[in-house]
Design a protein around this ligand. Structure first.
Ligand code: PMP
Length: 354
């Protein structure tokens, strides 16, 4: 028998393209088009003088960042877990909480990394189809299961459900852990964070990658009951104690302290989203009611793949999923107003000619 028969084989998640060229309009990975809070850049410059500190390990318990997060979210410090992006928080949560013979449930159209972690960790799972309007069918999540993952707002559909709606699922599932992935919640969703004091089996996951413009820093946050967070930390400390590097701990805290800047960026993105939706509708697109920093749009006549290729030749990168049910759609990150005006002009020129 070859060693390869013992390899833990998995089909990996495919992240959006990160092109090497810089003169493009990058609307394909839901990054924020605005820079991080100005305090972050200042701290980075100042850190150079302290680079000698990098010979020391960072804090394994990341207590300063946890303290700032607790203050920001009005939680206890022991209700907070920090990871290397929310991918790390989610992967650790899958490993920690999903250890049942019953399947973990999540929608068929959602963040495609869930399926990859389930396969990697050998977790049984069932994908529950969204309805015709791309809405999650609540009743699908009320039976026996080994855990539940709800992305709210969902991706790549952009559709948000109310907290009350998610609570119905949580209330019916007190015997398994319910993960609520709120990567995009700051752009118009309703957070389930208030529910973590009411239910000890709910993990709400946030990220610094979208609304805080810090995808490159890699910081994610899991929030839940003290017991849930303790279990997550037990697993984290069994893999890698030092996940967040020293400077990142400081930069992430500084981002939290500039609420004004944060709100301004989020508001700008929401205003540009509304403008873009209106313009795309005029060009014959239909789209979901996105509460995120991306649009999920299809043209009434022209195939999505054709538009995806066209935009690429014009230096505009959007995301196209060659997957059943969603292959007629483009996922378009909301960039700056200027970037979206260019996108609308390019599409307008093409669609009016064809
Ligand atoms: N959840 C969802 C729904 C996402 O779209 C993403 C971004 N790809 C993530 C989690 C992970 O983001 P990050 O690791 O950058 O926090």
């Amino acid at each position: 028998m070859s060693w390869e028969s013992n390899v833990r084989k998995v089909v990996p998640y495919v992240p959006g393209e990160q092109p090497k060229v810089t003169n493009i309009i990058k609307l394909n990975t839901n990054e924020n088009p605005y820079p991080p809070a100005p305090g972050v850049a200042e701290a980075m410059k100042a850190y150079v003088k302290r680079s000698e500190e990098l010979r020391l390990y960072p804090s394994p318990t990341v207590e300063n960042l946890v303290k700032d997060l607790a203050e920001y979210y009005k939680l206890q410090e022991d209700q907070i877990f920090v990871g290397v992006g929310s991918d790390d928080v989610l992967a650790t949560a899958f490993l920690t909480f999903f250890n049942s013979k019953s399947p973990v449930l999540f929608p068929d159209i959602t963040y495609s990394f869930y399926e990859v972690w389930a396969q990697l960790y050998d977790i049984p799972y069932v994908k529950k189809p969204l309805n015709e309007d791309f809405r999650i069918i609540k009743e699908d999540y009320l039976g026996v299961n080994g855990g539940i993952v709800i992305t709210n707002p969902n991706a790549p559909t952009g559709i948000a459900e109310s907290r009350e709606w998610v609570e119905d699922i949580i209330r019916a599932n007190k015997d398994s852990v319910v993960i609520v992935d709120e990567a995009y919640v700051d752009f118009g969703g309703e957070s389930c964070l208030p529910l973590i004091d009411k239910y000890d089996n709910v993990l709400v996951v946030h990220t610094f990658s979208k609304s805080r413009s810090l995808a490159g820093l890699r910081v994610g946050v899991g929030m839940g009951s003290k017991k849930l967070i303790q279990y997550l930390n037990d697993v984290k400390f069994s893999i890698n104690s030092y996940t967040i590097n020293r400077p990142t701990l400081e930069y992430a805290s500084l981002s939290l302290k500039d609420e004004n800047y944060f709100r301004t960026c989020v508001d700008k993105i929401c205003a540009t989203r509304a403008w873009t939706m209106e313009e795309l509708r005029k060009l014959g697109f239909v789209m979901t009611d996105s509460k995120t920093n991306f649009l999920f749009a299809k043209h009434k006549e022209v195939p999505a793949e054709e538009l995806f290729e066209l935009l690429k030749t014009k230096g505009i990168y959007v995301r196209y999923f060659k997957a059943p049910r969603i292959n007629e759609y483009l996922r378009i990150t909301v960039g700056t107003q200027n970037e979206m005006e260019t996108l609308v002009n390019v599409l307008g020129d093409y669609l009016c000619k064809s």
